[in-house]
Design a protein around this ligand. Structure first.
Ligand SMILES: CC(C)(COP(=O)(O)OP(=O)(O)OC[C@H]1O[C@@H](n2cnc3c(N)ncnc32)[C@H](O)[C@@H]1OP(=O)(O)O)[C@@H](O)C(=O)NCCC(=O)NCCS
Length: 178
């Protein structure tokens, strides 16, 4: 997801992130959706290091919290299973991070969380959602395409990669216009 964490966005209200309890990852049982706080950062950093070869830093998350970004956390039985970071712009929202912890991957949580983010953005009147993704992340690319994100550009040498090299980012956008 995004390498750049500019603190360019006005502080957001968190009132639209209502706690959500419903029915296992697959069925929705015991899931709780809430906002990330500084006290989550040890757990979040452990997940980042498990699931990304080039994880975000603790500072990236702390800056995101300080900037008032939307940072939903999906908990299962009191443990973080998934989270996201969304920066709100005047017309569009920018998905900076979407992460599902290893044991929960491939069980529908990523899609579910993204659907929730899209719904929230639409309710707020956003015209679209932007994101960056590594071309090598075929699973994530497949998820985004299946949710009607379209490629709108490429950022050259955007991500760090192996051996000190860089990897391009595919920039995708999903329109939220009815
Ligand atoms: C990418 C990620 C967010 C997807 O979340 P997820 O909960 O694992 O994915 P879901 O179970 O919701 O599946 C969504 C889609 O992804 C694809 N997918 C997920 N797991 C898959 C697997 N094991 N094999 C093949 N495709 C898979 C499928 O297209 C699936 O569509 P479907 O619902 O029609 O089957 C998650 O795997 C993750 O956090 N990966 C590591 C971090 C990362 O790459 N984040 C994205 C950065 S841009």
């Amino acid at each position: 997801m995004s390498e750049r964490l500019g603190a360019t966005l006005a502080t957001s209200s968190r009132s639209d992130r209502l706690p959500e309890r419903s029915a296992s990852p697959e069925s929705g049982a015991g899931l709780c959706l809430r906002a990330m706080t500084a006290s989550d950062l040890d757990e979040v950093m452990a997940i980042e290091q498990r699931i990304y070869p080039f994880p975000w830093t603790r500072g990236n998350f702390a800056d995101s919290i300080a900037s008032g970004y939307d940072m939903p956390v999906l908990e299962i039985a009191g443990r973080i299973a998934a989270y996201a970071v969304v920066m709100r712009g005047p017309d569009e929202v920018h998905l900076l991070n979407l992460s599902v912890d290893q044991p929960y991957q491939g069980r529908g949580l990523g899609r579910r969380l993204l659907e929730q983010l899209l719904r929230n953005a639409q309710l707020r009147g956003a015209l679209g959602m932007l994101l960056e993704v590594r071309p090598s992340n075929t699973l994530a690319c497949r998820l985004y395409r299946s949710m009607n994100f379209e490629t709108i550009g490429v950022r050259r040498r955007y991500y760090p990669s192996w051996g000190g090299s860089r990897e391009d980012a595919i920039v995708m956008r999903r329109s939220l216009c009815p």
